[in-house]
Design a protein around this ligand. Structure first.
Ligand SMILES: Cc1ncc(COP(=O)(O)O)c(C=O)c1O
Length: 384
């Protein structure tokens, strides 16, 4: 099968050459019926596994009654979804703008922050990733993603991650927004220290800037809490969610407080944002996350990772980082041969940069598949 006409030919070639046609739980199947355990949760979207039954049912029922409705009309399913989502969050995070992807969720956060504060400056972190539309790309750090499209949006700056002093020094009275991932995913899996997030909160409060946490990848159970910020107790002014929020159906959400919303000037809108199909899928996905106690499961399954990988030699491995079910194994060499070996033995993982093997398994992965996956990873690293 050729991917000659697929849009991912724009610089993101289909490296694995694998054609996957079906999924069930944490497993994906190729055209020959071969089973692969998805250790990459299809880039974080598949936290609930492939085809979560409640989400499938919700999509089928919603599609049979109303697929699309613009956000200008009231929609019971949208109301139910938003009530469920905000019911999981601290009470001040009660206002939600719905869109269709992570980058759109970030784009909205940037626009809300600039408009609500009347300030231009946006601070993001080294190794941060926030998406590929112009605002989100301006906050994204990697030079090769940015350079071909310059000039980007002005007044975006990057500060070292987990360095409270550098952040405090950079936040000033021109700063609209500090935008951070509580766990950096694409940047190689780096976990923010709680005191760093607390320092970010204080710096924002002191200067009147808004604090946004981008939980597009690390949110919704993955870190062992429903939301990654819960690990630090720091509540942001803006929260971005996407990926697994609707169990695989495109969606993005930018959550903020009534106070920030009241200061917003201008308008922002999305034709498809908040459509009934995505909201029905989102409602079922949140029920699956909560009723299945998947955050607790992520915490429990993740706790065994260091022991499972501890004997790997330091000539091969630079560092293991992670929490819950988001892990990065930084190798001294390239990750690609390890990923290829894993694929050969029936496990799909993804990279984060050239030398990090990233694992984002579905939160409902069985203990057998997870420990066998970690054993396969250990084997692949030893043989590389
Ligand atoms: C933290 C973070 N923010 C934003 C995005 C962009 O999301 P999307 O690809 O849905 O636009 C990603 C995608 O990987 C991400 O990891």
């Amino acid at each position: 099968m050729t991917a000659a006409h697929a849009s991912h030919e724009f610089g993101e070639r289909d490296r694995s050459r694998l054609t996957l046609t079906r999924g069930e739980g944490a497993a994906l199947f190729d055209t020959f019926g071969r089973r692969y355990v998805d250790l990459g949760a299809t880039h974080g979207v598949g936290s609930l596994g492939a085809c979560p039954p409640a989400v499938v049912r919700a999509i089928q029922e919603q599609a049979a009654s109303l697929i699309y409705l613009g956000s200008g009309y009231a929609s019971p399913v949208r109301t139910a979804f938003l009530e469920r989502l905000t019911g999981l969050l601290p009470s001040r995070l009660s206002q939600v703008f719905l869109s269709n992807s992570g980058t759109e969720a970030v784009e909205a956060a940037i626009k809300i922050a600039r408009s609500a504060t009347g300030r231009p400056k946006v601070l993001a972190a080294l190794r941060g990733f926030h998406g590929r539309t112009f605002g989100a790309l301006s906050a994204t750090w990697r030079r090769e993603l940015r350079e071909p499209f310059e000039p980007l949006v002005p007044e975006f700056h990057h500060v070292p991650y987990n360095d409270a002093a550098a952040l405090e020094a950079a936040v000033d009275e021109r700063t609209a927004l500090v935008l951070l991932e509580p766990v950096q995913g694409e940047g190689g899996v780096h976990v923010a220290r709680p005191e760093y997030l607390r320092a970010a909160r204080q710096a924002c409060d002191r200067s009147g800037a808004l604090l946004a946490f981008d939980e597009v990848q690390c949110g919704l159970g993955r870190t062992g809490r429903n939301f990654a910020f819960e690990r630090s107790g720091v509540v942001p002014d803006l929260l971005t969610l996407a990926k697994s929020l609707a169990g695989g159906v495109p969606i993005g959400a930018t959550v903020t407080s009534p106070e920030v919303e009241a200061r917003f000037r201008g308008s922002h809108h999305s034709t498809f944002g908040g459509n009934p199909l995505a909201c029905a899928a989102g409602l079922a996905a949140l029920e699956t996350l909560v009723q299945g106690r998947l955050a607790e499961r992520a915490e429990r399954l993740g706790a065994g990772v260091p022991a499972a990988l501890e004997e790997l030699p330091t000539e091969k491995v630079r560092e293991l980082r992670g929490v819950g079910l988001i892990w990065g194994l930084e190798l001294r060499d390239r990750a690609a041969p390890v990923l290829a070996a894993l694929q050969g033995s029936g496990y799909l993982a993804i990279s984060a940069g050239a030398s990090v093997v990233r694992m984002l398994p579905p939160l409902l992965i069985t203990e057998e598949d997870w420990s066998a996956g970690l054993a396969a990873l250990r084997e692949a690293v030893l043989r590389a």
